[in-house]
Design a protein around this ligand. Structure first.
Ligand code: NAP
Length: 282
């Protein structure tokens, strides 16, 4: 056995408060199945320690790390390179370290896109986004770069939807429009894919985004970013109408898988990662 065999490949997550992070179990189960001597470590990194934490990761030879609130924007100034979609989104949640060089990516939208592509190609399609937070912004940019024809973004605070529409219109060929979300929203007949990108439904199987349920046509693809519970009230209603549905669990697993592909060039077992998350969430 060489010295190298004793060294773990180090990856992980920087956030604060870091709390219970199901991604740890999900990725480590994938590492184990792949026979990789790799770890995914959940680190509580306060905002003022981000720079030192990054230096530490580089010094220890980490392959890369995820970061979430409050680091997704602050990390930009510490990077050597930023991938195109992360630059447009203006936030990084996945950083790779190669030969001491740091490259930032955003895997939120990429995870959603990978999930979406299991049922359809967004190219030439009309998308509706409910919500205009960080997840919505990442999904908007990634689906627009993938060739979506139009994006309609609605939000309680229309200014946030307008900001995303502007970013999409300035950086892609997709035509984005923004609107205010008031009352039960009626999904237009021209929409091909409707996406809940709000936290409505997280940890609450009965919560339902305010939409006109009669506007769920069977031709519609309905996606939810909520990973837990995976079968949200919205998706159950969409199932009843015969729509194709996509849950946020798939998005989360894809996001984790894409991060490891960026760091290690290895594709972890999707089913093992999904089962690990389902066991945690049940
Ligand atoms: P965020 O930045 O806080 O944005 C939340 C958005 O939802 C805002 O546009 C907000 O509207 C809207 N919203 C919140 N409560 C609402 C309500 N009751 N009615 C209507 N709109 C409401 O959050 P985020 O980072 O985008 O995350 C959103 C969700 O995505 C979270 O639940 C997160 O767990 C999930 N997510 C999942 C994955 C995955 O891999 N599955 C990845 C990332 C995020 P206002 O602006 O008007 O307040």
């Amino acid at each position: 056995m060489s010295d190298q065999d004793f060294l773990s490949i180090l990856t992980g997550s920087f956030s604060t408060p870091c709390g219970d992070n199901p991604t740890v179990a999900m990725i480590e189960a994938g590492y184990k199945k792949a026979g990789l001597n790799a770890r995914y470590i959940n680190c509580d990194v306060p905002a003022e320690n981000l720079k030192d934490a990054i230096k530490g990761a580089v010094a220890m030879g980490w392959a890369g790390f995820n970061c979430s609130i409050p680091h997704k924007v602050a990390i930009l100034e510490h990077l050597d390179e930023v991938a195109e979609s992360a630059r447009i989104i203006g936030a990084v949640n996945c950083t790779s370290i190669k030969d001491g060089r740091l490259t930032g990516h955003n895997t939120d939208g990429k995870g959603f896109l990978a999930s979406l592509k299991t049922v359809t190609d967004p190219k030439g399609k009309n998308l509706l986004l409910l919500g205009a937070g960080g997840a919505a912004r990442a999904i908007a940019v990634e689906t627009a770069l993938a060739g979506a024809k139009t994006l309609t973004i609605i939000n309680r605070d229309p200014k946030k939807a307008e900001t995303i529409a502007k970013i999409v219109n300035e950086n892609t060929d997709c035509k984005a429009t923004a609107g205010k979300w008031e009352g039960d929203y009626t999904i237009g007949n021209d929409i091909d894919i409707a996406i809940n990108a709000t936290p409505i439904g997280l940890g609450d199987a009965e919560a339902l985004p305010p939409i006109n349920l009669d506007s769920l046509r069977k031709e519609l693809i309905v996606a939810d970013v909520i990973p837990n519970p995976p079968k949200t009230h919205l998706l159950r209603e969409a199932d009843k109408k015969g729509c194709t549905t996509l849950d946020g669990l798939g998005m989360l697993v894809n996001q984790g898988q894409i991060g490891v592909e960026i760091w290690l060039g290895k594709t972890l077992d999707f089913d093992v990662m999904t089962k690990t998350l389902k066991d945690i969430f049940e």
